[in-house]
Write a protein that binds this ligand. Structure first.
Ligand code: HOZ
Length: 434
């Protein structure tokens, strides 16, 4: 495949942008390529600078539940922009979106909008510390909660992909206050609470971790976390930046029937614009400035254009009772199809799926934590990614990321994707035989 314009665009970007990208996961280093520069997107499709089109399974890292350039969202953005881009004062749009979010996710009694998922988790951690008066946060290996210092320890996503799960620049003091445990290991959490009595402010977890690829919690594991937090006076923070409005209208907490103390949101809540939010128990949120002493702020927090995009997106979701069933059905059609193709070509694989997100690991044993995820064959994944790209399918550019469908994907496009996988593996097997 010829990607001359993308290659030239990357060379140009590298001259002024650090690493040529504004977020490392876009660099495509994990699959041995250089970034594909996109020109536009529509529905399930992406269009690159060189004139290729791709069926997109990244969907802006899960943000675009409704697909690219959804008409209702685009209209809302344009209309909001005509009224002014930012006021630095409250608008009623913020309350409208807050009310809609709270109605869809009842654990959120109060919330605050920020501009990214990183800001949401960073602020939630500070709030948990301020509320409890305790220093330590428990996180799980391979979970990624954005790039605030407290979380760049055994982190997933780009930090894992690029080999820096413990980032330089995080001070030993900060690292000491983050306790890292293996995901899905219930006794480890009990032991951590025992040996850090009165020290743990919060346990933060992606209920369905999606930054070491997708990993699902064992039965009862999340409930166990909830019970331990209650017993020890710590807060349970569900990081639903990815799963919120993705795996169900009410997020993973609705599917699992768990009411966390705090929830962090991002991605879909902004309909493709930069929005995050954190919220939960009213007594905890009351500690935030100006009502309380825990400081948190942002010039563009609750930005009117971003609020309008979020409102339009959640409005479409709220009005479509069958949306999540349709997405789930479509995703099953895809993962079943891909699984069948891989079996036919004798490729060892394990598929983890929740709602409209999934990861295919190239390994034979179940994947339930970072250690098992790391057994996935990265070289094969890189070759698979390239072969699919050649056939017009844009997958997650790392074996340690999730793939996402959108409401814009059609059964025909799913079948095309499965056919592309079949052709890809035929090509890879033939290439290996040569
Ligand atoms: N959570 C996203 C990837 N897993 C973040 C995207 C980014 O880092 O750019």
């Amino acid at each position: 495949m010829r990607l001359e314009r993308s290659i030239a665009a990357f060379a140009r970007a590298r001259a002024t942008i650090a690493g040529g990208v504004n977020s490392p996961v876009r660099a495509l280093g994990a699959v041995g390529l250089s970034p594909v520069f996109m020109k536009s997107g529509s529905g399930a499709m992406l269009y690159d600078l060189d004139g290729h089109e791709y069926l997109d399974y990244v969907m802006s890292w899960g943000a675009l539940l409704l697909g690219h350039a959804h008409p209702a969202v685009t209209r809302a953005i344009v209309n909001a922009a005509m009224r002014g881009t930012s006021f630095g004062t409250p608008t009623e749009l913020e309350s409208e979106l807050a009310e809609l979010v709270a109605s869809m996710m009842p654990s959120i009694e109060r919330l605050r909008f920020v501009s990214s998922g990183t800001e949401a988790t960073m602020s939630a951690a500070r709030l948990a510390r301020g509320f409890t008066g305790r220093p330590k946060i428990v996180k799980f290996a391979g979970c990624y909660h954005g790039h605030a210092d407290s979380f760049l320890i055994a982190a997933g996503s780009g930090a894992l992909t690029h080999g820096t799960p413990d980032s330089p620049g995080v001070t030993p003091g900060t690292a000491r206050d983050t306790l890292v445990l293996p995901f899905n290991d219930a006794p480890a959490v009990g032991r951590a609470f025992e040996s850090n009595r009165g020290q743990i402010a919060a346990v933060i977890v992606e209920p369905y971790p999606a930054n070491m690829g997708l990993v699902l919690p064992r039965d009862g594991y999340l409930r166990h976390l909830h019970e331990l937090c209650s017993e020890h006076g710590a807060l349970l923070i569900f990081d639903e930046v990815i799963t919120g409005f993705r795996v169900a209208r009410g997020g993973a907490q609705a599917r699992e029937g768990i009411v966390p103390d705090l929830t962090t949101l991002g991605k879909i809540i902004g309909g493709g614009l930069p929005v995050g939010a954190f919220g939960g128990r009213a007594d905890v949120m009351a500690q935030l400035s100006p009502d309380g002493p825990v400081y948190q702020a942002g010039t563009l927090s609750g930005n009117p254009i971003a609020m309008a995009a979020g409102l339009a997106t959640l409005g479409v979701i709220a009005a479509d009772a069958a949306l999540y069933d349709r997405l789930e059905e479509l995703t099953l059609r895809l993962t079943d199809g891909l699984g069948a193709v891989m079996s036919e070509h004798a490729v060892q694989h394990v598929c983890n799926r929740a709602g409209s997100m999934f990861t295919m690991y190239f390994t034979s044993a179940p994947v339930g934590d970072l250690e098992s995820a790391l057994r996935s064959d990265r070289t094969l994944y890189a070759r698979y990614f390239s072969a699919m790209l050649d056939r017009g399918v844009y997958l997650a550019p790392s074996p340690f990321e999730a793939n996402f469908l959108s409401a814009a994907h059609t059964p025909q496009e799913i079948d095309r994707t499965v056919a592309a996988a079949d052709a890809s593996f035929s090509h890879l097997v033939a290439a290996q035989a040569r």
